[in-house]
Unconditional design. Structure first.
Length: 247
């Protein structure tokens, strides 16, 4: 699987991987990359089916998306990295923490879904809708969940969603429909920072807060007056948290 990625920062610095939200590409990390690249070798990548990455036919599974990240580390000859992921990217991070612990120093999981298999129908329905009508069918509703009404700089994210391949988006929806990361949370040994927001309707905070009690030593931050794509809307709050944890 060929993943598209962009590297920033010194080649000799510690490596940080950035995993994006469903429907977005690595460009969504623009508010973080410049800051992180002063101290890290930053590798922002597109999940399979997204951005410039390959788009195999679905369905995909979380094991596929996590395995792609490990293969990317192998390709880049990176023995260990830290990982920051939001939404779908956060779920991938929690899977990696359970299944590839020797490859990662620490994790940040931002608004991560963890047990969507408990109610898969919305995700299989969305997959069918996007296969039939393209991502334009879900853009407005998605932006309404990702940002509070007062945040106006949404056009770059709108463009990402519109440009996301329909099959890649739908197949990742199917991966989410089978997602259940809860059984392995207690096995995680790496330091984990969990971040949620008080106004996230995509991955409600009441589904994220309990994870801090299930992951040994996890630290939890709840961001106020923010919705789902908090990395993009509130970098002034998120970036210091990332730097403190990754250091």
């Amino acid at each position: 699987m060929r993943l598209n990625y962009v590297e920033t920062g010194s080649a000799d610095a510690p490596v940080v991987l950035l995993g994006s939200s469903l429907g977005a590409d690595q460009g969504m990390w623009a508010p973080q990359v410049e800051v992180l690249a002063k101290r890290f070798r930053v590798i922002a990548f597109d999940h399979r089916g997204h951005g410039g990455s390959d788009v195999p036919d679905g369905p995909y599974a979380i094991e596929d998306l996590g395995g792609d990240v490990v293969e990317l580390l192998d390709k880049l000859e990176v023995k260990q990295a830290s990982y920051v992921g939001i939404s779908l990217g956060g779920a991938v991070g929690l899977w990696l923490a359970q299944n590839a612990p020797d490859r990662f120093h620490r994790f940040v999981a931002i608004c991560p879904p963890s047990n969507l298999a408990a109610n898969p129908q919305p995700w299989t329905d969305r997959a069918a809708q996007v296969r039939a009508d393209g991502t334009q069918a879900i853009v407005d509703a998605t932006l309404g969940r990702w940002f509070l009404p007062e945040f106006k700089d949404i056009e770059p994210i709108r463009d990402m969603l519109l440009n996301c391949p329909a099959e890649g988006y739908a197949a990742c929806c199917e991966a989410l429909s089978n997602l259940d990361l809860l059984p392995g949370l207690s096995t995680i040994t790496a330091p984990v920072l969990l971040i949620t927001t008080d106004s996230d309707t995509s991955v409600p905070p009441e589904t994220v807060v309990p994870l801090a009690g299930q992951i040994p030593g996890a630290h939890l931050e709840v961001i106020e007056n923010a919705a789902h794509l908090v990395t993009y809307s509130h970098p002034d709050v998120i970036n210091p948290l990332l730097l403190a944890h990754l250091a």
